[in-house]
Design a protein around this ligand. Structure first.
Ligand SMILES: [Fe+2]
Ligand SMILES: [Fe+2]
Length: 302
């Protein structure tokens, strides 16, 4: 079999953490207040250079992951996955059950140094709690990556994690590894080549078909139960081209502009709170069960 026809390895990453570590490599520090201001322009050429460096430093596994992600996340794929999953007819589980279910996700991460999925959720939530954040935000931290259960349902890594980006319009050059989009069939589709593509200027992100992943899925699971601020944190926490690069301003509406702040507030807790001190899930469970019951019904549709 030639290399061109060989089936693709859909699990290039040894562990999903490799993608999170790569975010941290690209964005080693939390954003400053100055950087969060939408109108403050940074030198666009400098950004491109920095991105090339990140690309050069990326592990081959991470590079391969983004190659697959950019080649296969088409407009039609993202739409089809919404249809497949967003009826939420797979099963009914409590939030805590979903966290334990996700924790079965076994990959080749190092159990001595890497956090389990449940530990990452608890660490994120516990830092929010320690900083005196509102209860809904602590809970948002606890649920934010539960959408990664998509991996347990057979979805390839490239359809679960990684930066998300709008499909159906031109790709921003500030998306990591932009050249990998050359292999995406959408890059040949006449409808999608302009800045707005199929969208109306200022249509709002809710109308935009972002590439499919764990953010959109967990947002839909939670959308009847958490406040809008938390829902923005869930739905866009991997949309780095927007919240870290300031791209796609032409697709935003007033609501998106208002809630970008919430996505910014959440990001440091996701990216910069990892430590080797592992949270004690057994001891923390009663607190989280209590918090969950404040916002969610006993069984939630997945
Ligand atoms: Fe995530
Ligand atoms: Fe996370």
């Amino acid at each position: 079999m030639s290399i061109l026809t060989a089936p693709e390895n859909n699990t290039p990453l040894q562990s999903l953490d490799e993608v999170e570590d790569f975010y941290k490599q690209r964005y080693p520090e939390p954003m400053t207040e100055e950087q969060k201001k939408p109108s403050v322009g940074t030198d666009p050429n400098k950004k491109v250079t920095e991105f090339r460096n990140y690309e050069a430093d990326a592990r081959p596994t991470v590079r391969e992951f983004y190659r697959l992600n950019h080649a296969h996340q088409t407009y039609d794929f993202a739409l089809a996955k919404r249809k497949e999953y967003l009826g939420l007819n797979r099963r009914q589980m409590s939030i805590w059950e979903a966290a334990e279910y996700l924790n079965q996700l076994v990959d080749d991460s190092d159990p001595d140094t890497d956090l389990s999925q449940l530990e990452h959720l608890l660490q994120t939530a516990e830092h929010l709690r320690a900083d005196g954040k509102p209860r809904w935000m602590i809970l948002t931290g606890f649920v934010h990556d539960l959408g990664k259960i998509l991996c347990l349902w057979g979805e390839p890594q490239w359809a679960v994690v990684g930066d998300t980006f709008p499909t159906g319009c031109a790709y921003s050059q500030k998306i990591v590894f932009p050249r990998f989009f050359d292999a995406n069939p959408d890059s040949q589709d006449a409808r999608f080549q302009s800045r707005n593509g199929i969208y109306a200027e200022g249509c709002g992100l809710d109308a935009v078909n972002l590439s499919w992943g764990h953010d959109e899925y967990i947002y839909n699971v939670c959308k009847d139960y958490l406040p809008m601020e938390g829902l923005y944190m869930l739905r866009y926490h991997s949309f780095y081209p927007w919240h870290r690069e300031g791209e796609y301003g032409h697709l935003l509406n007033d609501q998106d502009r208002k809630h970008l702040k919430d996505v910014h507030d959440f990001n440091p807790y996701d990216l910069y709170t990892k430590s080797h001190a592992k949270p004690d899930a057994k001891a923390l469970r009663p607190y989280y069960e209590d918090l969950i019951s404040e916002y969610f019904p006993t069984k939630v549709r997945w």
